[in-house]
Each structure stands twice: as structure tokens, then as C-alpha cells.
Design a protein around this ligand. Structure first.
Ligand SMILES: Cc1cc2nc3c(=O)[nH]c(=O)nc-3n(C[C@H](O)[C@H](O)[C@H](O)COP(=O)(O)OP(=O)(O)OC[C@H]3O[C@@H](n4cnc5c(N)ncnc54)[C@H](O)[C@@H]3O)c2cc1C
Length: 167
């Protein structure tokens, strides 16, 4: 069961109460003013936004927002980051009808839950990769496959055992 931010919609029904929350983030694409070109990624670490050249234009990404997973979008950071980014790079029009929003699935120790479901034979869990799920997903997939088939896992998955959050 690898449902990312939606994991608890299923685990709650099975009686597991994992403390899962989300950190949300927003993206928007922009055109470029005539003659301008962005050739590489730019991270403005001091003011907390990122610009990336994409097929659809320049993508601006924000930092993390603490909010309920299903609450309406509140892209305040995007408006602020856009204002600052425009000082740095000649962005033109917004190209998306509304900002894209995603949710990073986070646990209190910011480590994922990987392992056997304690009370359901044959059910395995892999979620809660927070900010690093795209990077860590492949190794989690491998380790999980190895654990499920009884092989030695490529990394020790004991620190990620689901039981650490269950009373
Ligand atoms: C703004 C933002 C920036 C990020 N930046 C990075 C980064 O730079 N590097 C990095 O490594 N990671 C980054 N991440 C984190 C990464 O995207 C997540 O950790 C990763 O996507 C989690 O992967 P997952 O497969 O566990 O869950 P997800 O990718 O969220 O997949 C869960 C899937 O389950 C599906 N689903 C939900 N409910 C059900 C259901 N009932 N039945 C069937 N399917 C269902 C959903 O549709 C979804 O496809 C970022 C995340 C966000 C939001």
C-alpha cells in the first residue's frame, strides 16, 4: 500500500492511526519576456523559490505550506515568490489557469513507513517519504520487494517499521 499523502484514508479503515500530515507546495508556469531565456535551474535559497526551464515555460516552485491535505488551495507563497522572482528574471504571463498544488506525506520523524502491516497478513506499507519520495522511491521499492520475497534487503528497513508509530 503506497498511497503517499492518501495513505491514511486506507490505514484508518484498517484500524491503524499513523500520525501522517502533509507539507503542501505550489507550481506555476510563466512565459518569458521577449529575448529572455532561462538556460538552467536557479535556486534562490535566501528567499525560498526555484525556477526551472520546462517545455511549458519557466516553472516557479514555492517552499512548504503547513495545511490540511484536502483544504482549498491558499497559494500565498506563490504570489510572494512571483513578486521576488520578477525582480530577478523577466517572467511574462502566467500559463496555468490555476496553480498546481502537491502534498508531501510527512511523519513526525520525517522518515517513511516501510514494512509489514502489523495486523494484516500479506499487507505491506510504504509511504511517508516527505520531501524525498521521488529520490527514495526506487530504493524503497527494491527493499520492499526483497522483504516481501524473504530476501536480504539492500538497506536495513527496521528503522522504518510501522510499529514505531502504533500504540
Ligand atoms: C511540491 C513538491 C515538491 C517535491 N519535491 C521533491 C523533490 O525535489 N525530490 C523528491 O525526491 N521528492 C519530492 N517531492 C516528494 C515526492 O513527490 C513524494 O514523496 C512522492 O511522490 C511520494 O511518492 P509515493 O509513490 O509514496 O506517493 P504519490 O506519488 O503521492 O502516489 C500516491 C498515488 O496513490 C494514488 N491514490 C490515492 N488514493 C488512492 C486510492 N484510494 N486508490 C488507488 N490509488 C490511490 C494517488 O492518485 C497517487 O497516484 C515533492 C513533493 C511535492 C508535493
Amino acid at each position: 500500500m503506497a498511497l503517499g499523502p492518501w495513505a491514511d484514508t486506507v490505514t484508518r479503515k484498517l484500524g491503524y492511526h499513523f500520525p501522517l500530515a502533509v507539507k503542501r507546495g505550489y507550481h506555476m508556469h510563466y512565459g518569458m519576456q521577449e529575448g529572455a531565456q532561462l538556460n538552467n535551474w536557479v535556486l534562490d535559497a535566501e528567499r525560498g523559490y526555484f525556477l526551472a526551464p520546462m517545455l511549458r515555460g519557466v516553472r516557479l516552485t514555492t517552499g512548504a505550506e503547513f495545511a490540511w491535505r484536502d483544504a482549498p488551495k491558499t497559494p500565498v507563497q506563490l504570489t510572494r515568490a512571483e513578486r521576488v522572482a520578477r525582480e530577478f528574471f523577466p517572467l511574462a504571463e502566467r500559463r496555468d489557469e490555476e496553480p498546481w498544488m502537491g502534498a508531501r506525506p510527512c511523519t513526525p520523524d520525517m522518515m517513511p513507513v516501510i514494512g509489514k502491516a502489523p495486523r494484516h497478513e500479506g499487507l505491506w506499507l510504504a509511504f511517508g517519504h516527505a520531501h524525498h519520495g521521488m529520490t527514495l522511491g526506487p530504493v524503497t521499492g527494491r527493499a520492499l520487494a526483497e522483504a516481501m520475497t524473504g530476501e536480504k534487503t539492500v538497506i536495513d528497513i527496521a528503522p522504518y517499521r510501522p510499529e514505531r508509530f502504533l500504540v
